[in-house]
Design a protein around this ligand. Structure first.
Ligand SMILES: [Zn+2]
Ligand SMILES: [Zn+2]
Length: 192
């Protein structure tokens, strides 16, 4: 497993900047992986990670875990919470690592002489004890067959528009299979 400093350098190269979010994401991942005893470089197919926010921490989590949306091993739940859950598919264990709300204040206390809060955070998050940054809780995660990595398991044609819907994501309305946009509640509106 690479260490924090190596991973920070890698994040800087890949994302073109340094920030507190990256540090949190890397440390969250290192904590979660350690709790599960999983090294993603040794066993890629074993780990699924749920992220709960779309910020820099999430990019860093992807970098450390190797979990990717395109591989179905990274799952995004838009909760707006700085947390991630690491799931070991082999051992059926999972831990949720949650950033403590008081981590920011603790960081400022560690580096009271820092020129600004951002610098204090960046410095402190590298060295603060893990227990001051995160709460780690064992959790249970139900991953259905439609959400697992691997090849497409089913294709269904939408009865309204003819679009193919994969992996059981269709919606049944009065017995007919529909794609989600046809079933209503799409994130976009068709133009007239
Ligand atoms: Zn950033
Ligand atoms: Zn449709």
């Amino acid at each position: 497993m690479k260490d924090l400093e190596e991973l920070l350098e890698e994040a800087h190269r890949r994302y073109g900047h340094r920030c507190a979010g990256q540090i949190l994401g890397i440390r969250m991942s290192l904590a979660g992986l350690r709790e599960l005893g999983v090294d993603p470089q040794e066993s890629r197919e074993r780990l699924v990670t749920f992220v709960e926010i779309d910020r820099c921490a999430t990019d860093a989590i992807e970098l450390v875990t190797g979990c990717r949306l395109g591989r179905r091993t990274l799952k995004f739940r838009d909760y707006g919470i700085m947390a991630a859950t690491f799931v070991d598919l082999e051992e059926h264990r999972a831990v949720r690592v949650l950033t403590r709300d008081d981590a920011r204040e603790s960081a400022l206390a560690y580096f009271p002489d820092a020129p600004d809060p951002t610098t204090a955070q960046r410095q402190a998050y590298r060295t603060m004890p893990e227990a001051q940054l995160f709460t780690i809780e064992p959790v249970s995660v139900e991953l259905g067959p439609w959400d697992l990595p691997g090849p497409t398991r089913r294709k269904v044609v939408c009865a309204a528009c003819g679009q193919v819907v994969r992996d059981g994501k269709e919606v049944r309305v009065e017995g007919r299979p529909l794609c989600r946009p046809c079933a209503g509640g799409a994130y976009f509106q068709r133009l007239p």
